[in-house]
Design a protein around this ligand. Structure first.
Ligand code: SF4
Ligand code: SF4
Length: 192
């Protein structure tokens, strides 16, 4: 499969995301070794994202591949159907360059379909946006924002994959995202 145009798209998207994270840095607590966002989710992937992820998997050494396959066999889901991503090894993504779009966008404030602000769940753990967003009420703490006089105000983005796949750039590059389903379902099919 040829990923040239998809890679171009990911490069441009990554540059935009870097700028967004930089703009929001007063509210971002991501750091190496923090992996809560890879330990709790169902990780929706479109077909092209999953195929690109498997390219990363194929390039790994056999030992690492076996750890991932073991992780996959031992997935334990909670009552919400959330689980630890099998590609997470020692708190690091083993396929970082090939990770999905949700892996790249997670951590910022996102707009939900009903217009509410959706902050990353790690805010509840005292991480991203915990200083300016109440995860229970889904509201920004406007009094704190005013008092603290941050350089940039919190910004709400529209980073849902359903929005991203409609971007003009996607059309220009002729990218077909294909079907979308949780990572575990893709992996089940891949393993068959
Ligand atoms: S998004 Fe949240 S959980 Fe993920 S690395 Fe950043 S701070 Fe940690
Ligand atoms: S693919 Fe990598 S970045 Fe994405 S959830 Fe899994 S471990 Fe995390």
């Amino acid at each position: 499969m040829n990923f040239d145009n998809y890679k171009k798209f990911i490069d441009i998207l990554s540059q935009d995301l870097d700028a967004m994270f930089e703009h929001q840095k007063d509210y971002i607590f991501c750091k190496e070794g923090c992996s809560h966002c890879c330990e709790y989710g169902e990780y929706p992937f479109t077909e092209i994202e999953f195929n690109y992820l498997t390219e990363g998997f194929k390039n790994l050494d056999k030992k690492t591949q076996n750890i991932i396959l073991d992780n996959f066999k031992n997935i334990k889901k909670d009552e919400k159907g959330y689980y630890v991503c099998p590609f997470l090894i020692n708190k690091k993504c083993s396929v970082y360059d090939n990770r999905g779009i949700v892996c790249r966008t997670f951590g910022l404030l996102n707009k939900e379909a009903d217009g509410k602000v959706n902050g990353p769940f790690c805010g509840k753990l005292g991480l991203n946006y915990s200083n300016v967003y109440d995860k229970e009420t889904k509201e920004l703490l406007l009094d704190v924002i005013e008092e603290m006089q941050y350089k940039n105000l919190p910004r709400v983005f529209n980073l849902d994959i359903n929005n991203i796949r409609k971007l003009d750039l996607v059309k220009e590059l002729g990218i077909e995202f294909g079907e979308q389903k949780p990572l575990e379902e893709w992996l089940k099919e891949y393993a068959e």
